[in-house]
Design a protein around this ligand. Sequence first.
Ligand SMILES: Cc1cc2nc3c(=O)[nH]c(=O)nc-3n(C[C@H](O)[C@H](O)[C@H](O)COP(=O)(O)OP(=O)(O)OC[C@H]3O[C@@H](n4cnc5c(N)ncnc54)[C@H](O)[C@@H]3O)c2cc1C
Length: 375
Amino acid sequence: MIQQAARDFAQNELLPGVIERDDEQRFPAEQIKKLGELGFLGMMVDPKYNGSGMDTMSYVIAMEELSKVDASASVVVSVNNSLVCYGLETYGTEEQKQKYLPRYASGEIIGSFCLTEPEAGSDAASLKTSAVKDGDFYVLNGTKRFITNAPHAATFTVMARTNPDIKGASGISAFLVEANTPGISLGKIDQKMGQKGSHTCDVIFENCRVPASALIGGIEGIGFKTAMKVLDKGRLHIGAYSVGVAERMLNDALHYAIERKQFGQPIANFQLIQAMLADSKAEIYAAKCMVLDAARRRDNGENISTEASCSKMFATEMCGRVADRCVQIHGGAGYISEYAIERFYRDVRLFRLYEGTTQVQQLIIAKNMIRDATA
Ligand SMILES: Cc1cc2nc3c(=O)[nH]c(=O)nc-3n(C[C@H](O)[C@H](O)[C@H](O)COP(=O)(O)OP(=O)(O)OC[C@H]3O[C@@H](n4cnc5c(N)ncnc54)[C@H](O)[C@@H]3O)c2cc1C
């Protein structure tokens, strides 16, 4: 049912205007509002906070369907669900959950997740944004970079250092900061290669005073742990939408190959084209199995840090290879924006970069392997 609902929404609501939104770098505001009304923005949030209360399996299936049509809208949905709602529901105080989760889940507001800084990307634990306690307030100073949804967000989940004496992860805390708090300014919207309907920019904190009640969970020092747990989940979702986009690209390439004739016959008859179709099909199948298996394990209560990183790494790299082959199958037409493959080729390049690059996934997987073998 959820697959069909997501498929219908993608066809009826995301498909019209998807090319124009990309051309004009336009945020899909109306579509996001409707997704909220249908329960897609708080899919796994407990119904007691107005969420849809679904499991991970349902969520990844929905993400696959949405991403087949509009990768930008899928990212907005993913950030709100996995980075914003999940972090708050898992680590927030009851008061914080009651105040914000119903509003995120209904799409009344969306949030952003602020971890990356100009000098802290892959090495996120070295972040410098500070949060200094001042009576019943914290004072935030620092700059966050490439923040998805920031120009449209009502709240920022901000990772900041509350203890400057601890240089690593345990000096970091997480705050839920309202976007209209004095002392916050936004940089100009980044000009991106793809996913142009999803906006990112810098978020700058200058002597930004937030009440102590903004500290997520009311406990200092668990911010980095919170961020990493949240990213485990986000990575699985990026794996899911890599599978969705790859399926869409391959479907387009297959139909193009059947229709396009050269040397007096459909190019689909040529074995070199068939090899590209077959390799793509097999790789998508492998990635899909990984994502669904990791989702099932998560729903069974297993720690899926390794599986989420494996799925993200394999699925996003697979998606890049499939995008490249599908442009090749389209020939020159694949380089022209009239065909959806041109947009998807640009969109999918990002999958291998955000929420931990491929190299960072390799480091996580190997670190977990070594830890388990030496425990
Ligand atoms: C469009 C977009 C949206 C984003 N949205 C968000 C968001 O909403 N919130 C947020 O907090 N962040 C966001 N990011 C940031 C993103 O997560 C980072 O860009 C990413 O983690 C990589 O960090 P970096 O860009 O600083 O690259 P760097 O860390 O500088 O990496 C550069 C290269 O070095 C490699 N490298 C780094 N360290 C190692 C190592 N130890 N071993 C081997 N290779 C290494 C990397 O893999 C990469 O190839 C977004 C980025 C983009 C582009």
